[in-house]
Design a binder for this molecule. Structure first.
Ligand SMILES: NC(=O)c1ccc[n+]([C@@H]2O[C@H](COP(=O)([O-])OP(=O)(O)OC[C@H]3O[C@@H](n4cnc5c(N)ncnc54)[C@H](OP(=O)(O)O)[C@@H]3O)[C@@H](O)[C@H]2O)c1
Length: 347
């Protein structure tokens, strides 16, 4: 553990320098890690663990596109690719990476194989925090931990291959072995996390649902579409409206924020831009604080969870989501995006 100052607050974090890969391998040397689910997070975590030298198998329901994808990625049926049930039986460290709604459906099978000495690992606090709605009551004789990479599975794999990493949170819900925290940290290092910070299942899911509905996705697309439409209503061309709203954001400014912070990005823009942005920042903040407060309330009350469980448990949930995403892609701003991307100079 290293103590790091974040502003005025001190936090203990775990770096890969402090918790090395060889220590991680040693910690999990007797475990068969079963990654259950080969959707978005599953492939990234399973492949990273395999490349890091862990004993890992994949559990995936047969006959679906995810099963085929696992085979394309080199997992062999009967060797290290199994049905969900078989993987639950063979695995000792079960990492539950089905969709949050899928986890509810398959829980009776997983629970059956959670015998004494096994570990159950999640990448989201959803199932456990909203247990009254998910019905997932944990058996009290197993370790239950969480390792949640703070990024899409695509980035978890991509950055691992670049020898970088996505930061992840970790938590221990049940520690029967007395070694649950070490196991969680070892798993986190194995999947190639950047640094690991401590959380609880509840804090993880509250912050995660708020983040994705807010700044990371919902608010991001919402304010982009709002600004684009106002520019268009005022006679600006699609190209101009898109460049001033999205292309400059993603290609120029956000990378600067990632590199050295918001104030540094501001300081590298014109003084005209700085003056105006500093004036308008508090107005946007004031306008959106009530929205964020009501979002957090909806997360904490379980309203968001109930909606996700109901919607994403429907047999045609994927089709319905895809239809809404297609409608998004057809809105002018995102169509213009496709055209603008094609015009980017070849690298
Ligand atoms: N997406 C991310 O990058 C990300 C980031 C951080 C944490 N997480 C967490 O990681 C976990 C996995 O997320 P994900 O995005 O990878 O999930 P996902 O892509 O939505 O999950 C799809 C997986 O769940 C299986 N599945 C869904 N319903 C099922 C059912 N009824 N029976 C059996 N299998 C079913 C799918 O199999 P089929 O293909 O056969 O339907 C597939 O293997 C979640 O807890 C999520 O919150 C995800």
């Amino acid at each position: 553990m290293s103590e790091v100052k974040f502003g005025e607050m001190k936090e203990n974090v775990v770096t890969r320098k402090a918790f090395t890969l060889s220590k991680a391998r040693e910690t999990l040397k007797d475990e068969v890690i079963a990654v259950l689910g080969y959707g978005v997070q599953g492939p990234a975590q399973a492949l990273n663990l395999k490349d890091s030298g862990f004993n890992v198998i994949v559990g995936q329901r047969e006959g679906s596109a995810s099963w085929d994808k696992a085979m394309v990625d080199g997992w062999e049926p009967g060797v290290n690719l199994f049905s969900l049930e078989k993987a639950c039986e063979k695995g000792t460290f079960l990492c539950y990476l089905l969709s949050d709604a899928g986890q509810i459906a398959v829980w009776p099978t997983v629970k059956k194989y959670l015998t004494k000495g096994k570990t159950l690992c999640f990448s989201h606090g959803f199932a456990v925090t909203y247990r009254q709605q998910t019905g997932m009551v944990l058996p009290d004789h197993v370790d239950v931990v969480l390792v949640a990479p703070k990024g899409s599975g695509r980035s978890v794999r991509k950055l691992f291959l670049q020898n970088k990493g996505i930061n992840a949170s970790y938590a221990v819900e049940q520690d029967v072995s007395g070694n649950a925290q070490q196991k969680a940290l070892a798993y986190g290092v194995g999947v190639g996390s950047g640094y690991l910070f401590e959380t609880t299942f509840k804090k993880e899911v509250y912050s995660d649902l708020t983040g994705e509905r807010g700044v990371l996705m919902g608010a991001l697309a919402g304010i982009i579409e709002a600004q684009y439409e106002v520019l268009r209503e005022n006679g600006h061309s699609p190209s101009e409206a898109f460049n001033e709203t999205v292309e400059e954001l993603t290609q120029s400014l956000v990378p600067l924020v990632a590199e050295n912070g918001m104030d540094w990005m501001y300081s590298n823009c014109s003084t005209t831009a700085q003056r105006g942005a500093l004036d308008w920042l508090p107005r946007f903040k004031k306008a959106t604080v009530p929205v964020f407060k009501s979002l957090y309330k909806s997360v904490a009350s379980g309203e968001e969870a109930a909606r996700v469980i109901m919607e994403n448990s429907a047999p045609d949930y994927k089709k319905r989501l895809d239809k809404e995403l297609q409608a998004m892609g057809e809105r002018e701003v995102w169509q213009v995006g496709r055209a603008v991307r094609k015009l980017r100079p070849e690298t």
